[in-house]
Design a protein around this ligand. Structure first.
Ligand code: AMP
Length: 199
């Protein structure tokens, strides 16, 4: 089993090679084909399993075609460290492409984030609170989002972000692909997953 079977664009293949990935991890092998097929996916996966590439690689494949400089994917993560890590994975795997991504989180100035959003990006990686701030300012347009990723959903729930996530959902198109990752599946997370995963 190798990455060739997924038929990624040459720019993505170059990114995979330069990241040093040769064999897909078990979750990549199972989930990447489903994500590429446009299905919603519920992934029970911890950090270290290779779950980030499960959504980043198909996102890059999707974004290689279609309009640029409009927000087509939103990735929501609980902490700035995780948001930065995902943003860095997008840069690393997407370096053979023209994709633009921005990470949005609190505790730092809003200005540079707002400027990047104004210039236009295809992927927004955000923590819930600061994303809602930018939404409140009218600084981010989520009406063209094709894919929503919720990463470490159980941690977001533990940190009290569930109401923020429900608010963010109201700004997204109903017709979209949703990818949901969680290390554990307590009842409230199961309920959230059931309510937002359709396909
Ligand atoms: P993640 O679980 O997404 O946080 O990934 C954990 C680590 O595994 C990261 O450092 C990735 O760069 C690395 N990684 C992800 N997929 C692969 C792969 N197929 N082969 C080798 N390393 C990988």
């Amino acid at each position: 089993m190798n990455f060739e079977q997924f038929c990624f664009e040459p720019g993505i293949v170059a990114g995979i090679r330069s990241a040093g990935y040769t064999t897909p991890t078990p979750i990549q092998e199972k989930a990447i084909p489903l994500v590429l097929a446009g299905r919603d996916v519920l992934g029970l996966a911890q950090t270290g399993t290779g779950k980030t590439a499960v959504f980043v690689l198909p996102l890059l494949q999707r974004i290689a075609k279609g309009p640029s400089r409009q927000t087509r994917a939103l990735i929501v993560a609980p902490t700035r460290e995780l948001a930065e890590q995902i943003h860095q994975t997008i840069i690393d795997l997407g370096k053979g492409m023209r994709v633009k991504s921005v990470s949005i989180y609190g505790g730092v100035s809003k200005g540079p984030q707002a400027s990047a959003l104004r210039r236009g990006v295809e992927i927004v990686v955000a923590c819930p609170g600061r994303l809602l701030d930018h939404i409140g300012d009218g600084g981010v347009d989520l009406s063209h989002v094709e894919v929503l990723v919720l990463d470490e959903a159980d941690r977001m729930c533990d940190m009290g972000f569930l109401p923020d996530i429900r608010l963010i959902l109201k700004h997204l198109p109903v017709k979209r692909q949703t990818l949901f990752f969680s290390a554990t599946m307590p009842a409230d997370i199961r309920h959230l997953a059931d309510s937002i995963l359709k396909n």
